[in-house]
Design a protein around this ligand. Structure first.
Ligand code: AMP
Length: 276
């Protein structure tokens, strides 16, 4: 496995590929866990080569967010990638990815990018779009793998591909959870033991919602009210049900809706969702 840190090294790696090879890209911010690994495994299964990018992207963090303290474990991450059979890791410095002070930026659709996560985290999706478009242009993958865990990000990136006619396909990957139900996240390490127990209110609420939906309840109001009975200590930012355009829906339908939940436990923000 090659570890590439410059754009030139990336270009040389690309040159070494054969015309009929397919290339899968798994963009990450590192601190790799089993959730990331499931994306990597899917890409490895489906492509001749898989490249994993590891880059803690400054432009998607707000000024008061955890950019500086975000976990950085490159050596361990590379070992994981190598063991799984990744062809290359692309782990550039910030100055390699952002070469100018004042760069062109991208805005998400107003109706998708400034609600929920985009409301709580100002300009978060502008930064996500900027870095992902850079990665797509540099790496030119045939397929790019993103987790359903970050539902709003996934839906906005699908729009990036559609709206900009990008020649690649986004592959959504299901959320991987710990045995207790908590969705894996690089930020879970911030949780104390007590906070982790509180955090479990989130998957419990979503599980209750799923059970009720499967039993025939299709009123968002009722589903949210019932699910909220599981939440007593998590400080909710939002808990809502939308369609795939992120429009709030009163009657979720199978394969057409998602419940989005986010909240704080202590200082840690947690994000989860249910795809109906
Ligand atoms: P991150 O490193 O947090 O930017 O995540 C990189 C990719 O991994 C994103 O596409 C995430 O949606 C995905 N991801 C993060 N956590 C999980 C999880 N628990 N299960 C599946 N995918 C995940």
């Amino acid at each position: 496995m090659q570890v590439l840190t410059t754009i030139q090294e990336l270009k040389d790696f690309k040159k070494s590929l054969i015309h009929q090879d397919t290339l899968g890209l798994v963009p990450t911010m590192g601190a790799l866990h089993k959730g990331h690994q499931s994306l990597m495994q899917k890409s490895i299964q489906q492509n001749t080569h898989t490249i994993v990018s590891i880059f803690v992207n400054p432009t998607q963090f707000g000024p008061t967010e955890d950019f500086n303290k975000y976990p950085r474990t490159l050596e361990k991450d590379c070992e994981i990638c190598q063991k799984l059979g990744v062809s290359a890791v692309f782990a550039p410095q910030i100055t390699e990815m952002y070469q100018k002070e004042d760069e062109i930026t991208l805005n998400p659709p107003k109706s998708m990018g400034y609600v929920f996560e985009g409301f709580v985290r100002e300009n978060h999706f502008n930064g996500v779009l900027q870095v992902v478009l850079k990665l797509f242009n540099l790496i030119q993958p045939h397929f790019a793998y993103f987790g359903q865990k970050d539902a709003q990000q996934l839906l906005i990136l699908k729009r990036l591909v559609q709206d900009m006619f990008l020649p690649l396909t986004i592959i959504p990957c299901e959320t991987i959870r710990d045995a207790d139900g908590l969705a894996l996240s690089s930020r879970n390490i911030y949780l104390s033991e007590e906070e982790r127990t509180i955090a479990l209110e989130i998957p419990k609420a979503l599980q209750k919602m799923e059970t009720l939906f499967k039993q025939g309840c299709n009123s968002s109001k009722e589903l949210i009210a019932q699910a909220k009975t599981c939440i007593s200590h998590v400080e909710l930012d939002y808990f809502t049900i939308t369609d795939y355009n992120l429009h709030i829906t009163s009657t979720p339908k199978h394969n057409e809706a998602i419940a989005l939940i986010a909240g704080k436990v202590g200082k840690t923000r947690l994000l989860d969702n249910l795809w109906f």
